[in-house]
Design a protein around this ligand. Structure first.
Ligand code: NAD
Length: 364
C-alpha cells in the first residue's frame, strides 16, 4: 500500500501522519503495530452520517482483526459541538468501564475530530487518540496540531484542550462521498495555506484548482493537495504548538470567518466558505491600514471564484452583529483583536491590538 509519511513534534512526543488513497484498509493492522493488542477495546467515535457511509465497514474491519469495537455517534452538525454531546460520549465510555490504555479513534470531519479529541483528553485524564479525518477540513487542518474542543453560546471553540493524537491516518478517498459543496468549502482552507506562503501549493493550485472544484473527484490531485497542506500544517505546529507565534498565521481569514459563522448562528454557511470571506475581509482591513494594495483582494476573490466559493459577503450581516463575535474570538486580548493580514498573496503579517471598530472596514 502506497502512502507518504509526515512527522509532527508535540509536547507529548512526536507522532506520524500517513497520507495515501485507500489506506483505510490498513488501519486495523497499524493499530496492532502501534501496540494495541487486538483483544482490547477501541472506541469508534463518529457521527450518524459518517457511520452509515464509512463507519460500519470500518468497524467491521476492526472487528475482523479481533478488536472489540465500542461505537458512539454524535448528532451531525456544528450546533451539536457542545459539552452536552461530549458528556453523552463520556457517559457511554465510562459505562463500558473504559481503561486508560484503550484508544479512541475519531472518524469524521472537524466536528467529530474536535469532540472526539476532547473526549480522549479528559476521559480518565487522557486516553490514546487516533484521528481518521474524512473531510477536507479534517484532512488538511483539524486532525493535525492537537487542538480539541467544543463551542459555547459565547463563541466558537471556547472550551477545549491541546491534546496531540498518537497518529493521524489520512485517506483522501473518503472525500469521494463528501457533498460537492463541502468539498469546495474545504478549498477555502487549502487556498489559505497557499496565500500564507506555501509557494509549492500556490503553483499546484494554479494548474489544478478547477479540477479540485469540479464535480468529478480526481483522487491523485486531491492526494497531492492534502499532502502539501498537511505537511505545511505539520511544519507550523511542530515549531509553535501553543500558537504563540507562527501558528497564528493559520488563522488568516478565521477571525472574520468565525465571527460570520457566529453571526449567522452556524447556519447557512460552511466553515471553509466563511474562511474565504474572512480572507477578503482581512484584505480590506489591510488595505485600509495601508499594508496592502487593492489588487490583493482581487487576487483572493479570483481564487475563491475558481474554487466555486462565495466571494461576496452575505447581505444583512452588519458590523454590529459581527462585533460581539470578534471580541470573543479566542485570539482577542482585553477585547482587542489580533488579526493576520495579507501583505501580498503568499505573505501575511500578524497585527495586534486593533480596536474592533477599525475592523469595520473589513465588511464595509
Ligand atoms: N482543531 C482544529 O485545529 C480545527 C481546525 C479547523 C477546523 N476545526 C473545526 O472543524 C469543524 C469543521 O469541520 P468540517 O468542515 O470537517 O465539518 P463537519 O465535521 O461538520 O463535516 C461536514 C459534513 O460532512 C459530513 N461528512 C464527513 N465526512 C464525510 C464523508 N466522507 N462523506 C460524506 N459526508 C461526510 C459530516 O457529517 C458533516 O455533515 C469546525 O467545528 C471547526 O471549528 C478545527
Amino acid at each position: 500500500m502506497k502512502f507518504r509519511e509526515i512527522m509532527v513534534s508535540s509536547h507529548s512526543g512526536p507522532y506520524r501522519i500517513r497520507v495515501g488513497n485507500r489506506i483505510k484498509d490498513e488501519i486495523p493492522g497499524w493499530l496492532v503495530e502501534m501496540g494495541f493488542p487486538v483483544t482490547r477495546k477501541v472506541a469508534l467515535i463518529s457521527n450518524v452520517t459518517v457511520r452509515n457511509l464509512h463507519g460500519n465497514a470500518f468497524s467491521a474491519s476492526l472487528a475482523a482483526r479481533g478488536f472489540s469495537v465500542a461505537g458512539f455517534d454524535f448528532s451531525d452538525g456544528e450546533s451539536y459541538k457542545t459539552l452536552d454531546s461530549v458528556r453523552e460520549c463520556l457517559d457511554r465510555l465510562l459505562s463500558l468501564k473504559w481503561e486508560r490504555q484503550d484508544p479512541v479513534l475519531a472518524l469524521g470531519g472537524g466536528v467529530v475530530g474536535d469532540m472526539g479529541g476532547f473526549v480522549a483528553s479528559i476521559l480518565l485524564r487522557g486516553v490514546p487518540l487516533i484521528h481518521v479525518p474524512t473531510t477536507v477540513v479534517g484532512q488538511v487542518d483539524s486532525s493535525i496540531g492537537g487542538k480539541t474542543g467544543v463551542d459555547h453560546p459565547e463563541g466558537k471553540n471556547l472550551i477545549g484542550s491541546f491534546y496531540p493524537p498518537q497518529s493521524v491516518w489520512i485517506d483522501p478517498s473518503f472525500l469521494e462521498t463528501l457533498p460537492l459543496r463541502e468539498r469546495r468549502s474545504g478549498l477555502g482552507e487549502v487556498i489559505k495555506y497557499a496565500l500564507i506562503g506555501n509557494r509549492e501549493l500556490l503553483r499546484f493550485l494554479d494548474g489544478n484548482l478547477e479540477i479540485l472544484s469540479g464535480e468529478r473527484f480526481d483522487r491523485d490531485v486531491w492526494e497531492e493537495t492534502i499532502f502539501l497542506c498537511a505537511s505545511h500544517k505539520a511544519r507550523i505546529v511542530s515549531e509553535d504548538e501553543r500558537e504563540s507565534g507562527v501558528r497564528m498565521n493559520l488563522n488568516f481569514g478565521h477571525t472574520f470567518g468565525h465571527a460570520l459563522e457566529g453571526a449567522m448562528g452556524y447556519e447557512g454557511i460552511l466553515h471553509g466558505e466563511a474562511v474565504g470571506l474572512g480572507m477578503i475581509a482581512a484584505a480590506r482591513v489591510a488595505r485600509a491600514l495601508g499594508i496592502t494594495g487593492e489588487e490583493t483582494e482581487e487576487v483572493i476573490r479570483a481564487y475563491l471564484k475558481r474554487a466555486c466559493l462565495p466571494d461576496r459577503w452575505p447581505s444583512g450581516i452588519s458590523f454590529d452583529r459581527l462585533e460581539r463575535f470578534l471580541k470573543t474570538d479566542k485570539k482577542a486580548s482585553s477585547g482587542r483583536v489580533t488579526l493576520v493580514l495579507p501583505v501580498r498573496p503568499g505573505e501575511v503579517v500578524r497585527t495586534r491590538d486593533y480596536e474592533p471598530s477599525v475592523l469595520g472596514s473589513g465588511i464595509a
